[in-house]
Design a protein around this ligand. Structure first.
Ligand code: CP3
Length: 377
């Protein structure tokens, strides 16, 4: 099979596919014994700077799990680290910044990101993978961090619960905030364009922590930058996936930002998510990652529920967030088998949305609906 005909790319475009495609966010990583064996002790950023190793870590879950897509082994803070912002990633904690972004003078530290010069190792990894996966007909997903999520690390200096510095900067100095997000949008856009140029077949924008905002704040403080990233990819003709956690109240707005696929976490069932997103986007999700730690019968029942509510057509099965390190890879293997054995929907989605186990769910598109120009197709 050629990559272009893969079930994953078909489902992103809401085309009929012979199976529901499945991959897992954070499918590479500590849940896999072969990852722990190959990774070594250094910083994850050093691993990412080693193309052969990063490519191997990307391929491990594809081999073991039989997923329908690979996701590049990299991290959302790689571009900021590469331009010298002073970012490290602590194991068990996440990105940390010794000297966080707190004022206008810090804008100077966010110089323009040039992927070819600043992260040649990422592009080399993508090239290795595109060749290796291309021969197997498996698409490679490139990715970048969404402007809010990357800003939250740069401003807080590390992972955060309440985003005190970030939200205070946003409200106290909206002009500076807009310039920060615009710079981070340029960075994400350059990174994603370069990954596609090197051979990635789809891209995902991880705005993981944006669910901490109200819809009003999201629309005012984040959406313009996110649109800039997604619309800046439109000419490349690769599916764009837009994902965040805890975004139930934001789904309609996120769908209006320009992606083909909206990622949904476990808090909103997929049929309800489709109502909020509108008929012109595919959905990706949404099993609770913690469910994977439960007995198989529970995993199976919840996965079948997600499949039924997802409606088959234009559904990419995934977790609602990343694989937890405690997950038994055997559970993920069984999940892939289960999803691949599930029925797919027939025919194109209707204006009412695709069928679900509970009958037609939708009473029309969500508040915005992405790619509205495609809505009548
Ligand atoms: O299969 C894959 O998804 C691997 C590629 C990948 C990594 N990070 C590698 C990684 C991807 C897609 C990411 C994205 C990422 N990084 C996000 C968005 C996705 C999400 O989870 O919401 C975020 C918020 C980050 C920032 C970050 N980097 C965190 C929160 C952590 C975890 C810290 C920890 O150790 O638990 C990291 C480190 C990181 N990035 C690891 C991996 C595999 C951890 C493992 C290690 O150090 O070996």
């Amino acid at each position: 099979m050629v990559v272009a005909d893969s079930p994953f790319l078909g489902a992103c475009r809401r085309l009929p596919t012979d199976r529901v495609p499945v991959w897992f966010m954070r499918q590479a990583g500590r849940s896999l014994p072969e990852y722990r064996a190959a990774r070594g002790q250094g910083s994850i950023l050093d691993v990412i700077r080693s193309p052969e190793l990063a490519a191997e870590l990307t391929l491990q879950p594809v081999r073991r799990l039989g997923v329908d897509a690979a996701i590049l082994f990299s991290d959302i803070v790689v571009p900021a680290a590469a331009i010298g912002f002073g970012v490290d990633v602590e194991q068990g904690r996440g990105p940390v910044i010794a000297d966080p972004f707190r004022g206008a003078e810090d804008l100077r530290r966010l110089r323009r990101f040039d992927p070819e010069a600043d992260t040649p190792y990422v592009l080399e990894t993508v090239r290795i993978l595109a060749e290796e996966l291309g021969s197997q007909g498996i698409p490679l997903i490139g990715f970048a961090g969404g402007p809010f999520t990357v800003a939250s690390y740069l401003v807080e200096g590390g992972p955060s619960r309440n985003y005190i510095h970030t939200k205070t900067l946003m409200r106290a100095d909206p002009g500076l905030w807009a310039r920060l997000l615009d710079a981070l949008a340029d960075m994400a856009l350059a990174s994603l364009r370069s990954q596609v140029g090197a051979g990635a077949s789809a891209v995902q924008l991880f705005d993981s922590w944006v669910g901490t905002l109200s819809a009003g704040d999201y629309e005012r403080f984040v959406l313009p930058a996110t649109r800039k990233v997604l619309e800046g990819l439109a000419d490349l003709d690769v599916p764009r996936i837009h994902f965040g956690v805890g975004t139930g109240e934001l789904l309609g707005l996120m769908a209006s930002a320009g992606a083909e696929v909206v990622g949904v976490d476990w808090r909103v069932p997929l049929d309800e998510a489709r109502r909020r997103i509108g008929p012109s986007c595919a959905v990706q999700g949404n099993l609770d990652p913690v469910t994977c730690l439960a007995p198989w019968e529970v995993v199976e029942a919840e996965a079948r529920e997600a499949l039924a509510r997802g409606g088959g057509l234009g559904h990419i099965f995934n977790l609602g967030h990343g694989v937890l390190p405690e997950t038994d890879p055997a559970t993920l293997e069984r999940l892939v088998e289960l999803v691949h054995g599930a029925p797919t929907a027939e025919g194109p989605p209707t204006a009412e949305g695709p069928p679900t186990a509970e009958g037609p769910p939708a009473d029309g598109p969500g508040p915005d609906g992405c790619s509205p120009e495609e809505a009548e197709q």
